[in-house]
Ligand binder design. Structure first.
Ligand code: FES
Ligand code: FES
Length: 192
């Protein structure tokens, strides 16, 4: 066991751990920062992405002891409920998530991408996020979200609080008068 000291989301953290402890497990199990997810443990999915000294890294590929003395930022440190990071806001606005499992890693990787390239093309966004896998395959909306966040950051738009955001309300369909089944628009042609 050895003492490990690092800075996480701007606060000093110190704990005793074995040298084999992975950073992702230190964050989740020792520091309670469960926003960083484990999707594979083999460096394939990107769900565990954090920033180390401002640069994205898969925290399942880093020993906690290697992060000692460094500055780690997790999804919890990217923004907060009173001031969402534009990337968090854009993922909400463009519906860049479905189950949300990949989302913390996607957002952290996308933040890193925009630090290096503030105005990426769609192809550059896709290439920049190629280390992050979304099992729900919501890639189109993820690209839209990153594009939206890039514009917000370039224009220095004010950050919104969660309480200022209207909840999404699904459209209400009127029931048919005679109890007929509602046929989705895309199936109507097939039926005709
Ligand atoms: S858990 Fe780290 S890359 Fe999948
Ligand atoms: S939103 Fe479900 S894995 Fe990406």
């Amino acid at each position: 066991m050895q003492q490990i000291e690092l800075t996480v989301n701007g606060k000093r953290a110190s704990f005793m751990a074995e040298p084999r402890l992975l950073l992702v497990h230190a964050l989740r199990d020792y520091l309670g920062l469960t926003g960083t997810h484990v999707g594979c443990d083999t460096s394939s999915c990107g769900a565990c992405t954090v920033l180390i000294d401002g640069v994205s890294a898969k925290s399942c590929t880093v020993f906690a002891v290697q992060a000692a003395g460094h500055d780690v930022t997790t999804i919890e440190g990217i923004g907060n409920a009173d001031a969402l990071h534009p990337m968090q806001d854009a993922f909400w606005e463009k519906h860049g998530l479905q189950c949300g499992y990949c989302t913390p890693g996607m957002i952290v990787s996308a933040v890193d991408l925009l630090q290096r390239n503030p105005n990426p093309s769609d192809a550059e966004i896709r290439a920049g996020l190629e280390g992050n896998v979304c099992r729900c395959t919501g890639y189109e909306n993820i690209v839209k979200a990153v594009r939206t966040a890039a514009a917000a950051l370039r224009e220095n738009r004010p950050r919104r609080a969660v309480r200022d955001i209207e909840p999404l309300t699904p459209p209400v369909e009127e029931p048919p008068p005679s109890g007929e089944a509602i046929i989705p628009e895309q199936l109507q042609e097939t039926k005709a």
